[in-house]
Write a protein that binds this ligand. Structure first.
Ligand SMILES: Nc1ncnc2c1ncn2[C@@H]1O[C@H](COP(=O)(O)OP(=O)(O)OP(=O)(O)O)[C@@H](O)[C@H]1O
Ligand SMILES: [Mg+2]
Length: 340
């Protein structure tokens, strides 16, 4: 039993393939993108990659690109010198430096702002960068893993994610399938999480009836393994199967009738080494629609004002009531060009 088997529960064909890929790429240092719906185990697979590699005694550092406000993400990743900005009262190394000789997981990479994506591209070329406000460069050696529940290819088409960064990161892509596509693992998961929780709360092993197990095997698990883990723990604590069964049935009915948008967000990416082709989800994520609509509206307005001012960007910034710098950023972000 190797580290993959110790960390990752599952004997389904899909999980065995994921474990095989982990073993194959563990010492390659090639960039890996982990994709799959929320709660499928992307972070756990990242840990399995790190622990299967010869970097295992070194740091494993995770940065959640979606949870950190855009303006702080750069300093979080690359660190800053004392006095680099108001409030920087001491020098702080960034996550890349902390991950030196180890592995860095760029979690939710799809949410990284475009301007930072271009800096990331440079860093991935030579692993050399300077802390914010610093004169000298630092050089690090780390293995870069990224995870996402976005369809990054679609984000590239929508110009929300840089194509060059996509290709640089996506050298190896590991797709972790949703739990509903590997129901044969559900009993294993129930026993594993039940055992883990029983030890935690010091209670005897809990017996799940055949009826409960049958039901859980057929449920669609929009929240994937995380949802199953939470459900097992709730059942062990409250023993309220009847209420839970009703809740789950109602949820399934709503879903089947199309009233509930699921979190399924990972249509196929041709590069995935282990993904079977599946149809695109019927609906995009609300968040993505919003982002795209804002981009389109901004692009239209800014282009109009630039045309009106004959591409006098100072004047356009005044009209739009944004700073000159902010306008330049937007022009670059939206890839606006003068049409002569
Ligand atoms: N194969 C597995 N074996 C054991 N535990 C698992 C497995 N897959 C997932 N889990 C557990 O399920 C939970 C969710 O996993 P994880 O955080 O890795 O998912 P994720 O894909 O990163 O989710 P998100 O997209 O929401 O960040 C964790 O508690 C994790 O330990
Ligand atoms: Mg995660």
């Amino acid at each position: 039993m190797d580290v993959c088997d110790q960390i990752l529960v599952g004997n389904s064909h899909a999980i065995l393939r994921v474990k095989e890929l982990i073993r194959q790429v563990a010492n390659s240092d090639l960039n890996v993108v982990l994709c799959g719906e929320s709660g499928v185990g992307k972070e756990l697979v990242a840990q399995a990659l790190h622990l299967s590699s010869n970097r295992k005694g070194k740091p494993f550092v995770k940065v959640n690109c979606a949870a950190i406000p855009n303006e702080l993400l750069e300093s979080e990743l690359f660190g800053y010198e004392r006095g680099a900005f108001t409030g920087a009262d001491k020098t702080k190394p960034g996550k890349f430096e902390l991950a030196h000789n180890g592995t860095i997981l760029l979690d939710e990479i799809g949410d990284m702002p475009l301007l930072l994506q271009s800096k990331m591209l440079q860093v991935l070329q030579d692993f050399q960068f300077s802390r914010l406000g610093a004169k000298n460069d630092v050089k690090v050696n780390c293995w870069v893993l990224a995870s996402t529940n976005h369809d990054l290819e679609q984000d590239v088409r929508d110009r929300l994610f840089r194509e060059d960064l996509y290709y640089r990161l996506n050298i190896i892509s590991i797709f972790i399938p949703p739990l509903r596509e590997r129901p044969e693992d559900i009993d294993l998961f129930i026993d594993y999480f039940a055992g883990q929780f029983a030890r935690k709360i010091e209670s005897p092993i809990f017996e799940f009836s055949a009826h409960v197990r049958d039901f859980l095997r057929q449920y669609s698990w929009p929240g994937n393994v995380r949802e199953l883990k939470n459900m097992v723990e709730r059942l062990m604590l409250l023993g309220d199967w009847r209420t839970l069964e009703e809740e789950l049935l109602a949820r399934e009915t709503r879903r089947i009738n199309g009233h509930e948008l699921t979190t399924h967000t990972s249509p196929p990416t041709p590069n995935d080494l282990n993904r079977e082709k599946k149809p695109k989800p019927k609906f995009p994520r609300l968040k993505d629609v919003k982002k795209k609509a804002v981009h389109e509206a901004e692009g239209k307005l800014i282009s109009e004002v630039l045309r009106e001012t004959d591409w006098n960007r100072k004047r356009a910034a005044e009209i739009l009531q944004v700073s000159y710098k902010a306008l330049l950023y937007k022009i670059k972000e939206l890839k606006l060009r003068r049409e002569d």
